[in-house]
Write a protein that binds this ligand. Structure first.
Ligand code: TYM
Length: 352
């Protein structure tokens, strides 16, 4: 007996989404962990590309650390310039500012009502501050809920990030799952996307590169200042002659991200043979970094001279993002009973 052909399920739209905080200028960790993925996932960008992509500058999250309004405004604008200079194409991806979509903050409240305190108490940004005895505000504590709303508001399926954000995406999946369980299938569950070699980029001291550790190298930093930082990267005191395992060394790991493949292989070989000084590697890293970002620096200089163009890109992006977030928020409002135009009949869902 032949089995009747099943109609094919409609292909699900893959939608990439990510956010980045404008708390300072972007560093190599941001670029190799996240921004490079944003660009690979833009529609039309080859086999890895998503069907749609939404990327935003997380100014609401940044408010938990940047308390100077003029500085915040300047950082948001600079972040948009940097992203476009690095290859984010506003014709293919929606680029916008988080606070331009107020639907997301309303959605945050809906998610907050299904979020156990314990879930947030385990989140590392808050926990780290607490263990260091630093004061934490409710903004920092509830930060993962806002991030969940950021993701769910656009029906995102894939979230390109570095390793440090994976926990937050798990929180997002938890909250979406709980809400769906209570009120029906409202939210799409997203998954994180990490890249090998870029998921945890080391800083100049070998810890994770992070503004809070003051160990960053910025993408568009003045070249002389960048050289100084690179020359100060910490190294061990083993003798020059001794062979070394390249992958265990943060200086090599940075070089491997920036150097062309043939140079990287040569450097790995040099490590394994021994008989080289770390100073040589640092000089090679200075050159590799300058060459790697040369085109982006040129594009950045051009974009900087036309601030109105960047603001127009952000306004167009906000309009598109709002339309999408509105539809999702309406769905969520209807599901939990905030929409009084729906029939006032108990659905059987929504019981505690
Ligand atoms: P933020 O602004 O701290 O970092 C932006 C992106 O850069 C990645 N990253 C790194 N990746 C590898 N190695 C590193 N050393 C490194 N440092 C930073 C981060 O993992 C991140 O992907 N909460 C987010 C912003 C956000 C968001 C969102 C992200 C708000 N809403 C919704 C995704 C989806 C944050 O603070 O990232």
């Amino acid at each position: 007996m032949t089995t009747p052909l099943q109609p094919a399920a409609p292909p699900r739209t893959s939608r990439a989404l990510s956010g980045i905080q404008p708390t300072g200028r972007f560093h190599w960790g941001n670029y190799f962990g996240a921004i490079r993925q944003y660009i690979d996932l833009q529609p039309g960008g080859g086999h890895q590309a998503a069907d749609e992509a939404y990327y935003f500058i997380a100014d609401l999250h940044a408010l938990t650390t940047v308390r100077d309004p003029a500085r915040l405004r300047a950082l948001v604008h600079a972040a948009a310039v940097d992203l476009v200079a690095l290859g984010l194409d506003p014709e293919r991806a929606v680029l916008f500012v988080q606070s331009d979509v107020p639907e997301v903050t309303e959605l945050t409240w809906l998610l907050m009502t299904v979020c156990p305190m314990g879930l947030l108490e385990r989140c590392h940004a808050y926990k780290d501050k607490k263990t260091r005895g630093l004061p934490a505000d409710a903004g920092l504590f509830t930060y993962p809920v806002l991030m969940a709303a950021d993701i769910l508001a656009y029906d995102a399926t894939v979230v390109p990030v570095g390793e440090d954000q994976v926990q937050h995406i798990e929180v997002c999946r938890d909250l979406a799952g709980t809400f769906n369980h209570l009120y029906g299938e409202v939210f799409t569950l997203p998954r994180p996307r990490l890249v090998e070699g870029g998921a945890k980029v080391p800083g100049t001291d070998g810890q994770k590169m992070s503004k809070s550790y003051e160990n960053t190298i910025e993408v568009f930093e003045d070249l002389a200042a960048q050289k100084k930082k690179i020359m100060r990267i910490t190294t061990d005191s083993r003798p020059m002659e001794e062979p070394k395992a390249p992958d265990d060394d943060h200086l090599y790991q940075l070089y491997a991200l920036l150097a062309p493949e043939a140079d990287r292989l040569r450097m790995a070989e040099l490590y394994r043979r021994g008989g080289f000084g770390y100073g040589e590697v640092k000089k090679a890293l200075v050159e590799a970094a300058a060459a790697f970002f040369a085109d982006a620096r040129a594009r950045r200089a051009e974009l900087e001279s036309d601030p109105a163009r960047i603001e127009a890109i952000l306004a167009a992006g906000a309009a598109k993002a709002r339309a999408k977030a509105r539809a999702v928020l309406d769905r969520a409002r209807r599901a939990c009973g905030l929409d009084r135009s729906a029939p006032a009949v108990a659905s059987g869902k929504g019981k505690p």
